[in-house]
Design a protein around this ligand. Sequence first.
Ligand code: MG
Length: 375
Amino acid sequence: MSDDRWEWAERESKLLAAYGFSSLASRGRVHPEPLHPYRGPFTRDRDRILHSSAFRRLSGKMQVFTGDMGLYHRTRLTHTQEVASIARTLGRSLRLNEDLIEAMALLHDIGHPPFGHCGEDVLDEQMREVGGFSHNAFALALVQQLERRYPDFPGLNLSLETLDGQTHRADKQSPQAPLLETQVVDAADSMTYDAHDVDDAWKLGLLDESALATQRLVQRALDRGLRPPQREPDRRRFLVHSLIDLQVADFLQHNRPRLESVSSAQEAMDRNLRLELSPEIEAEKKLLERFLFEQVYRHPKLIAMRNRATDRLRQLFLLLEKAPERLPVRFQKLAQEHSVTWAVGAYLAGMTDQFCDDQYLRMVEMGRRQAEDWE
Ligand code: MG
């Protein structure tokens, strides 16, 4: 069967650089499936992730700020959409495989439990005896085991390259550089959260411009362009898109010449080629991240929220571990297949912030049985 039967393969052959990962080179899926005539394998992966239950629940999971802090700031879902958008811009400009990039971007945060990193810390602490918990690894459990979309196999049966990207994210120590497409998603993730955390923290009044102006990357972003607006909120909006554009432009400019002599995706991996920002911007970005860590992520308002969430999640975990018969039926089955601890962790990790709070009130405070609401 000739490749031109598939229009996506034809399109890729015209658009991809030599070092871009061709969809025809995919190693396929764990459960083999025939190729689709008008959607390439990674387009199908993207659609499967988008239509999954875990993906929809990202709308109810916090990124940095919780739902009771207003309606302006990012949720885990809108963060993911911003990452996908910036990653696709990077990938398109470098002529990488945009479909693979989009699939990996939509997948990258799907394993986050409720209440962000503090939720992750509670699960990790309570699940020590079953190997701990990481949102990156849990994303793999979701798409390989827990999601139920097809009668013939568990999970979404994603392409191995899409899973590889997430495996790499779960194993940060790996000495091997992943596909360039995976690296672009990681770069976009970092560009996105630095820019939107500045925006959200400024808007919420946790930071003001005089504090931000101590940061070289912020000064650089504000000095960019012809005439930055003088008044808030125009100035804040300008800063956010300038921060994104500054990082995107630097990334492209720095890496384009480094890719010129690379003749295949495999060669980029063999050479252990790492896409990166220029050293100057990278150093300024690190300083901004340290500043955000001190000024925003450790702000008393956020610490109080985290302490409350940590306490509730821990109590819920301990209660369910002692009384696994109160888990939804499918998690009781998982408890038999794996362990009670693992099943309780998987159940809690799938919850939205609000659902977790509701379950805490029902089960811990009111001692009622939970609703069977997890699919
Ligand atoms: Mg992210």
